[in-house]
Each structure stands twice: as structure tokens, then as C-alpha cells.
Design a binder for this molecule. Structure first.
Ligand code: NAG
Ligand code: NAG
Ligand code: NAG
Ligand code: NAG
Length: 411
């Protein structure tokens, strides 16, 4: 048995006070890439407009700011708590751009072993021509290449984006996460006869794939979306929602929009939660106690928006047996919808929204943003405070102090 004797804090009090004076100002200094946004400053606006003019599609520019000034220092501090997340030198780098075809959509997955980051193209995007005619593709970047350019703001052209030739090809992948040394994808399917499926892909050449699940007691799913592996019970929780139908590449849906739970060892598929309009993103808190599910009911794919429907994040308790209970409304976002969602190791919640990444503390208070001025559907922590962000025509790398809650893929 070891025994420690801890020095009493009292003996060191004068030193601690001195240190506090020295340290506190540095800790709270506003980083050069950050700016404070005071919600109080726009509680009362001189003019407000009707929803036909200002609604969930408009990026909000607070009075006294311009889009340029908001982009110039993209780390927006809504609460001092965000400074701890940012650290001393947060930085944002644009690492790739595609002029039209939305190539950088969702399912950002860091594969630690090769230090590569995988993500997928937008399925069902008219600009990309994906969906019915051709599947969206999987792509990757090498974080070593990214590391060499993180002191730049615009590093477009310096980082190779490589297509990953999955085989057989994952059909219209949308959500993805680490799974037992591989990557598991929720595929949305294609047309009447290629049903949605859970695919597992080896993250190493030849990127071979295996389908784990493609039906619910013989019935096709609607179109699979986000996936998360619970950090303790390691079951695969996934979302089925009608977006492929709302983007004209799947038939009229035959199941409710739901969250399912899948045990890959026994094959058991069970319902985890329903009662959503259009569930979309899914993640767990790092301790596994909470599940966060986004409902993007306000977005109807090719059929417009209904701003009276949710653009919301719901939190559930995950009980001992892995079932979800106590649904609580956690956040309602503006602008846009909360799509991809992840927690950091402290349990703060991040979601891709209509103006970039928004961040809430565990009580649901907005504490900050990584402001892009445009929609981000996906992002993920990629080690060392790095966050790779997909924003359709742009791919970003943000460097902060917070770390992601990485779920080890091993059983
Ligand atoms: C939302 O606002 C935009 C203008 O910013 C407008 O074009 C659009 O029609 C509005 N949507 C609705 C449903 O009113
Ligand atoms: C599919 O391809 C056909 C023929 O090239 C084209 O006319 C049609 O617009 C495409 N559909 C989509 C959704 O891209
Ligand atoms: C970034 O670092 C590289 C190599 O360390 C250097 O060549 C380059 O000039 C730096 N760029 C900026 C914008 O500081
Ligand atoms: C890929 O192929 C290897 C070699 O046959 C096999 O061991 C592995 O299970 C396959 N992985 C997937 C995800 O299909």
C-alpha cells in the first residue's frame, strides 16, 4: 500500500494568491481569433421583420457586426466558459474547397491508426448528381498533411482529398463512426431495390465492406442516417428517417422515423426512441449517461422548410440496460438545423448548424460558436484539439483546447 502526504494548501496560500494574479489575466485573455458576442446587445433590435423575410434560413448578423467581421475572428464567445474550450490560440484553417459539387458533407470519422480522417459526399444533392443516379462517395485526408498547414487561414491546394474506393461500394453513406477497428456507415439506399443498410468498411486498402443489417423483419428501412456506438454497452444506435424520400431517391416510407439499437453479436434490433418529426444526428455523452438526438423536422429536403417544426436537440437518460428515457428538450437552434452532433470530454455539446458549429454546456446554454457563415452538416474531433468540419463546398480544420470523447472501437 502506498501512502501520500499532501502538502496543506494553507502553507502555499501566499504563493497561490500570487500565482492567481499572474495566471488569471492570461487565462481569460481573449484569443486573437475570438470575439465576444453579447446576447444582451441584441435583446432589443430597432427593427424586427416578419418570418417571410427573417426566418431559420438567415444567418443572424448582430447590430454593429458585419458578415466579414464575424468571419474575421470566427470563434464567438457567448459565455466565458467557451474560453476554456478555445484555449489560448484557437485557429481555423480552410483545407479544401470545391466550387459547386458538395463534396464535404457528413460522417467525419478519425481513424487513429493511420491518422486519417474520413468523411462523405452529400447524397441526394442536385449539384453533386448523387442519390438515384449515383452514390455519394467516401473521401479522406491525411492529418499529417493537415498539420503542416494549420498556421494558415486558407490552405486550399495544400491538402490532398482522396476518394476512398469502398468495395463493394457503400451506397449513399450518410452517418459513420468507429467500430471495432473499422468504420460503420449508415447507408441511405438507392431507388426501390437497394434498401438502406448498415455497412462496415475496413479503413485500410482495399477498403472492403460487409453489410451488417439491411432490414427490419423483412421490411426496408426508410433511409439510414447518423450512428453512434454507446461507450459502455458498445451497441450500435442508429437513426432511420425519410430524407432520401424527401430528396427523391427512395420510395414512399414504410416505417416511422425512429432511433434503433443494434447488438452486432446477437443480431437483436430494438426500438430505442420514437416520437420525432425527422431525427437526424445522434451522440452520447462521454460517460454514456446521456443520448443526444437532433430533430430537424423543420427541414423537408426538396420540399422546403416548416419553421414551426423542430430544429432541436433532445436529451435522453441512458439507463443501465441501455434503454432511453426521460426525453428533455435540450436546445433549439437558429439559424438552420442541428445536424451532426458530438460531445467533448467535459460533456459540452457541439452541433453543426446553419452558421457553423454551435456549442452548449451540459445545461443547454449556448456558450460559443465556430462561425463559418454557412451550414455545416458534420464535424468531429480528430485528436490534439483538432476538429475537422465539413461545410459542403468547404472543408475546415479548427484547433482548440477541448478534446473529443473518442469511443474506442474495440469490444
Ligand atoms: C425565409 O426568408 C427568406 C429571405 O431571407 C425568404 O426568401 C423565404 O421565402 C422565407 N421563407 C418563408 C417560408 O417565408
Ligand atoms: C439522372 O440522370 C439523368 C440522365 O443523365 C438526368 O436527366 C437527371 O437529371 C439525373 N437526376 C438526378 C437526380 O441527378
Ligand atoms: C507556416 O509554417 C510553414 C512551415 O513551418 C512556413 O513555411 C509558413 O511560412 C508558415 N505560414 C504562415 C502563414 O505563417
Ligand atoms: C476485409 O477483408 C479482410 C480479409 O479478407 C477480412 O478479414 C475483413 O473482415 C474484411 N473487413 C470487412 C469490413 O469486410
Amino acid at each position: 500500500m502506498l501512502s501520500y502526504s499532501l502538502p496543506s494548501a494553507g502553507r502555499f496560500l501566499p504563493l497561490l494568491l500570487l500565482l492567481e494574479q499572474l495566471i488569471v489575466p492570461t487565462v481569460w485573455a481573449l484569443p486573437s481569433q475570438a470575439q465576444v458576442i453579447s446576447q444582451k446587445s441584441f435583446n432589443v433590435l430597432s427593427v424586427t421583420k416578419p418570418p417571410t423575410e427573417v426566418n431559420g434560413t438567415n444567418v443572424f448578423i448582430p447590430p454593429g457586426s458585419t458578415l466579414e467581421s464575424l468571419l474575421e475572428r470566427p470563434f464567438h464567445v457567448y459565455d466565458d466558459e467557451f474560453l476554456g474550450i478555445l484555449g489560448e490560440k484557437p485557429h481555423l484553417t480552410r483545407i479544401a474547397h470545391s466550387s459547386k459539387d458538395p463534396l464535404f458533407h457528413e460522417a467525419v470519422v478519425w481513424y487513429k491508426e493511420s491518422n486519417e480522417v474520413f468523411f462523405v459526399q452529400n447524397a441526394g444533392s442536385p449539384d453533386a448528381g448523387t442519390g438515384l443516379n449515383k452514390s455519394s462517395i467516401i473521401e479522406k485526408v491525411d492529418l499529417e498533411e493537415v498539420a503542416a498547414v494549420t498556421n494558415m487561414t486558407n490552405a486550399v491546394g495544400h491538402v490532398k482529398v482522396q476518394t476512398v474506393p469502398s468495395s463493394p461500394m457503400v451506397v449513399n453513406p450518410n452517418g459513420g463512426t468507429n467500430f471495432r477497428g473499422n468504420i460503420i456507415y449508415g447507408g441511405e439506399g438507392q431507388g426501390d431495390n437497394i434498401g438502406p443498410a448498415l455497412w462496415v468498411m475496413s479503413p485500410k486498402a482495399p477498403y472492403n465492406t460487409t453489410i451488417l443489417l439491411n432490414n427490419y423483419f423483412g421490411r426496408q428501412f426508410n433511409s439510414l442516417n447518423d450512428i453512434a456506438v454507446h461507450p459502455k454497452n458498445k451497441d450500435v444506435y442508429f437513426i432511420d428517417v425519410t430524407y432520401a424520400y424527401l430528396q427523391d431517391f427512395r420510395p414512399s416510407p414504410g416505417l416511422p422515423n425512429e432511433v434503433y439499437r443494434f447488438n452486432p453479436d446477437t443480431g437483436a434490433v430494438t426500438i430505442a426512441a420514437d416520437g420525432f418529426i425527422r431525427p437526424n444526428g445522434l451522440t452520447f455523452s462521454p460517460d454514456g449517461k446521456y443520448a443526444y438526438v437532433t430533430d430537424t423536422g423543420s427541414a423537408k429536403g426538396f420540399y422546403g422548410n416548416d419553421y414551426t417544426k423542430p430544429a432541436s436537440i433532445y436529451r435522453f437518460d441512458v439507463v443501465e440496460d441501455g434503454t432511453l428515457e426521460n426525453r428533455k428538450t435540450f436546445a433549439y437552434v437558429s439559424p438552420g438545423i442541428p445536424d451532426g452532433i458530438n460531445c467533448d470530454t467535459q460533456g459540452n455539446v457541439y452541433a453543426g448548424c446553419g452558421d457553423g458549429i454551435q456549442v452548449w454546456n451540459p445545461s443547454g446554454k449556448l456558450i460559443g460558436k465556430i462561425f463559418l457563415g454557412t451550414t455545416s452538416a458534420g464535424f468531429n474531433f480528430v485528436g490534439n484539439g483538432g476538429i475537422v468540419i465539413t461545410a459542403e463546398t468547404d472543408l475546415y480544420y479548427a484547433n482548440v483546447a477541448a478534446q473529443g470523447a473518442y469511443v474506442e472501437s474495440e469490444m
